[in-house]
Structure formats: C-alpha cells, structure tokens
Design a protein around this ligand. Structure first.
Ligand SMILES: Nc1ncnc2c1ncn2[C@@H]1O[C@H](COP(=O)(O)OP(=O)(O)OP(=O)(O)O)[C@@H](O)[C@H]1O
Length: 526
C-alpha cells in the first residue's frame, strides 16, 4: 500500500469490522479493522454494517455454502473423536500441518500488503494496436494530461512528480477523446491502480447524479484497496461521490444510486443491476482490475459476462492485470473491441549473484543444528527462513528464540495489521531472522537480507519442485550487485530430487555443504 492508499479515518474501523467478520472464510484473518482507512467521506456507506433481507439471503447462502464446504473438507480428514473440543483441536492441528496455500486473489492482496511502495522496472513498454488509426501518445508528467486542477492537486499532493512507465502510455489512451479501450499488463506495484483510478475520476461528469463509472475487483479486500486509492486521489474533489458494491453493503429496494463511481465485486454489482438500483447502460467507463484473477476465478467469469453484456457499446473498457494467461487474453480480446494493448515485461529476479548450497540432514533436529551453525558462522545481515507448514515455523522459532536469536515469525494466521507490524520491525532490523511459510513466497523486498534458508524446499501441491517460488524466495538476496547466499536443507531422497530438479531447471550449480565443517562454512561468507 503506497502513498495514495493510506488515509486515516478514525470512524471507519468498527464499520468495516462488522462486514468482514462475515466474509472471512480462508486462511488469512482479513478483519475489516485491518483496513483502517477504507471508508472515507467520499464513500456513502450507510448500510455497511447491516444487511438487507434480500442481500442477507444472497450473501448468507453463499457464505454458508462456502463455509460448509471448507468445514467438510477439513472434517473429511479428521477422525471421529469423542468431544467437540477434541474435534476442534484436530481441525486446528490439521491447519498447522498443512502446507500454506493461497488463492490467486489472496496472493495478490498479500503482495500489495507486503510490498513497500512502487516496484522498479527498467523494461520498456510494448504497445500493440488492433486499429492502426487509433492515435497513440506518451507523456512524461501528470501536468501534460490537462486534468482538472483539483484532480491534479490530488495526484501530486503526496510528492508524486513524474509518471511511471505504464502510466506514460496508458494514461493518454485512457483519457483520449473519443475514448479508447485499453488492455494493460504490468506487474504488481508498477502504478496500474493509480492510472485507472485517475482515469475513472477524470471521466466523471459531476452534473449527472447517477453511476457513470464501474470498477470490478475479484474480492472485497481488493475492492477496498482500490477505493482507498480513489478516495485519496479525489481528496480535493469533494463533488465526486463513490459507492462500494461489496458484501454487506445494503441498498433498500427502489433506491436509485446517485453516486458517480461504483467500486465492487461482480456478485453484488450484478444484484444491484438486476434490482435496478443503477443502470448498467449508463456506465461510460468500465474497469476490470486483476483481470486474470477475475476471469480465472470460478463463478466470476459468468458474472462478468452478464455485466459486460448489459453495458452500452460505447462504454470505454479498461482491463488491468499483472499477468494474462493465454486463455484469459483470448477471452479479453474477444470482449474488448479494438483495444490498445500495453505491456510492461516483468523484471525478473535472477540467480546470478547468489551462491547456492545444499545441506544434507536426516531429521528436524539436524536441520535445526545445520541452520543455526551456518547462520552463527556467516551471520552478518539478516536471514529469512522458509518452512512448509505453520507448525514447523512455530517450532523453529521457539527453538531459535530459546537459543538467544531475535526471531520474527509470519504465517497465514496473522491479521493484516500483525503482518505489517512484523514486517516493519524486520525491515528496521529489530529482528535478524524472519521465519515464514509461503505467505512471503513473493513480493518481499528487504534489502539487507543476505541469507535465505529453505528449511523446506518449495514444492507444488503434488510435491514437485516449484522452481518459480524458489526463484521468488531467493532471487531477492543478490540484488544491487551484492552477493546473496541460499541454503537448501534436504532431509530425504524426495527433497534431494527436488533440489536436483531446481539445479537443472536454472542450470546453476547448487554446491554441497557440510554443516559441521566450520572452515568450509566460513568460506561461503567471503
Ligand atoms: N507516478 C508515480 N510516482 C510515484 N509513485 C507512484 C506513482 N504512481 C503510483 N505510485 C505509487 O506506487 C505504488 C504502486 O502503485 P499501484 O498500487 O498503482 O501499483 P499496481 O501496479 O496497481 O500494483 P498492484 O497490481 O499490486 O495493485 C503505490 O505506493 C503508489 O502510491
């Protein structure tokens, strides 16, 4: 969350909290109080903490079905035990022993939370035009966009000066007259949200009191994040009104919305359009954020199609995503007529500056000794240790703390506030070792980390080597010309095979290291 996002509003926490309490179904504790800034005066949220009969029915049915399914899945693996308490204990235990996995929408939200500010990308923009007659401009500053003065003030008030790469090409297209459709791809943290939010705000005609701009996000939490950016950027435009269309938001039947912008999730937006709370035909700008997550997510694709079918043919389409799988791209190109397609190629992590090692052990205890031995010998800078399950992470943290190490732990059972606080402390260097599960598989950016330890090697759900996650985990150490160290702890034949697969995949030697040989260990730090 960056400079546009944080906007303190003391009254919000409790309102928000009442909504998300109903929406938490997955691993992460996303309480609404974790978004202390999400409700702003720009957002009319009269119904945020109460449910209308109709929406209660719709949302509760879905909520109950999801929850039942989750519980059934868990209980299927639990033996029948004599008391409720024992059963609950088993479910909890099961959670702790299961590898931490996150859905694409959760991973996307995590990446935003974990990331600090914008992500640098030195690649240049690729542009594709279906219609060669569409004019194409590029700008270097927000001033060149001829924005309304108060909107420009809202963009610049936090010290933002020049446009980012994706914004240079996307913004003139998004603001062009006649409007042009755009499909944009650029990795997380490169300025997409800021670009489309600015376009949304600048397209509003405040003399018309009905929804003119619709922005869809895959989840409640992601919609809230976009809303925060919008509220922040529209700080000096009090006349622009916005509304969240998310679970828990209530609009009495017969109401006609007067807000200019709706930011929401597909299910709620569809409900509201069915009940004629607003008219999809009057929407002149449609934004699909996280297009890949949205279209890949079961149920969302159908809902999106239903919404898209009801938009007017002159509605401007803006599709944004960090990635577009081939199928998603085909789908999107089918829907968006004559788009300009802009792509900023992902800046990949690399293993060039990283010395990789593999340590053989036969059990947890040996793994522990190896890690503390190596860290104790090399121990300058900070270390991140990746574990497969919450249980291992907790066990390791306890052992290391007992032995006098300053250790922080991150796993999927933290609230967003706790996660941010632990990461901030680690970034400040207050703890030297960070133990984590897959929560931090990608997105983490801590410059002073010199050692990454894979206490458990990254594998996919079928136990095969997950090379992409490996690259994300260790590719952050050897940056800015520094040398990083990656230690892979291997305790079985399977783990050794995973290690060999990774070595072959990247064609980079993973050296064998004897964790008992302190001379050898000393050498790796030089
Ligand atoms: N022109 C700019 N100059 C400086 N900072 C910017 C600029 N535009 C956006 N930012 C900041 O960069 C960070 C990332 O921007 P933004 O959230 O728009 O990226 P994103 O590509 O939408 O990321 P995600 O896909 O995770 O949502 C934010 O902190 C934002 O405030």
């Amino acid at each position: 969350m960056g400079m546009f996002c944080f906007w303190k509003s003391p009254s919000v926490g409790s309102t928000i909290c009442s909504v998300l309490t109903y929406t938490v179904t997955l691993h992460f504790n996303f309480l609404l109080s974790d978004f202390p800034n999400c409700s702003s005066s720009k957002f009319s949220s009269s119904g945020l903490n109460s449910f209308s009969k109709m929406s209660q029915k719709v949302d509760w049915a879905k909520y109950v079905a999801e929850t039942e399914q989750n519980i059934t899945n868990k209980l299927n693996t639990v033996e029948i035990s004599s008391s409720e308490e024992e059963k609950k204990e088993k479910v909890k235990e099961n959670d702790e022993n299961a590898p931490e996995q996150f859905s694409p929408a959760e991973a996307s939200l995590l990446a935003k939370i974990i990331r600090k500010g914008l992500v640098e990308n030195k690649n240049s923009i690729e542009v594709q035009r279906k219609d060669p007659k569409s004019p194409l401009y590029s700008i270097k500053s927000f001033e060149a966009l001829n924005l309304a003065p108060n909107l420009l003030k809202g963009v610049l008030w936090n010290g933002v000066q020049c446009t980012l790469k994706i914004q240079e090409t996307a913004l003139p297209t998004l603001l062009a007259d006649p409007p042009q459709n755009l499909i944009a791809q650029s990795q997380s943290g490169t300025g997409k949200t800021a670009a489309f939010v600015l376009a949304m705000l600048s397209r509003v005609d405040v003399t018309q009191n009905y929804p003119q701009v619709l922005c869809l996000s895959p989840t409640y939490e992601l919609a809230v994040q976009t809303g925060e950016v919008a509220a922040h950027m529209a700080k000096f435009c009090p006349e622009i009104e916005m509304k969240f269309a998310v679970r828990g938001e209530e609009v009495p039947r017969g109401t006609k919305l007067t807000e200019h912008i709706i930011i929401g999730t597909p299910g709620k937006v569809l409900d509201w359009s069915k009940f004629r709370v607003f008219d999809l035909k009057k929407i002149k700008v449609f934004v699909l954020d996280e297009a890949d997550v949205m279209i890949a997510q079961e149920g969302h694709q159908d809902q999106c199609i239903k919404i898209l079918k009801n938009l007017s043919t002159s509605c401007q389409m803006m599709f944004f995503s960090a990635t577009y799988g081939q199928e998603v791209m085909e789908f999107v190109e089918h829907i968006v007529k004559n788009p300009i397609i802009v792509r900023l190629k992902r800046e990949e992590a690399s293993l060039d500056n990283i010395k990789q090692y593999c340590v053989r052990c036969s059990n947890h205890q040996e793994k522990y000794s190896a890690v503390t031995n190596i860290y104790g010998t090399v121990g300058v800078g900070q270390a991140i240790i990746f574990c497969h399950t919450r249980r291992t992470a907790a066990w390791l943290a306890e052992r290391m703390t007992k032995d006098g190490h300053a250790v922080a732990v991150i796993s999927g059972d933290l609230t967003v506030e706790q996660l941010i606080s632990v990461l901030d402390r680690f970034r400040e260097g207050r703890e030297k070792v960070l133990i984590t599960t897959n929560v931090l598989a990608r997105g983490i950016d801590v410059d002073q980390v010199t050692i990454v330890v894979n206490f458990d090697l990254p594998v996919d759900t079928s136990g095969k080597a997950d090379c992409e996650t490996y690259l994300h985990r260790i590719g952050r150490t050897g940056r800015f010309g520094k040398v990083g160290i990656a230690i892979n702890v291997v305790d079985s034949e399977e783990a050794m095979n995973v290690c060999k697969t990774i070595e072959k995949h990247f064609n980079k030697k993973i050296h064998y290291l004897d964790a008992e040989d302190s001379d050898e260990i000393e050498k790796i730090g030089n």
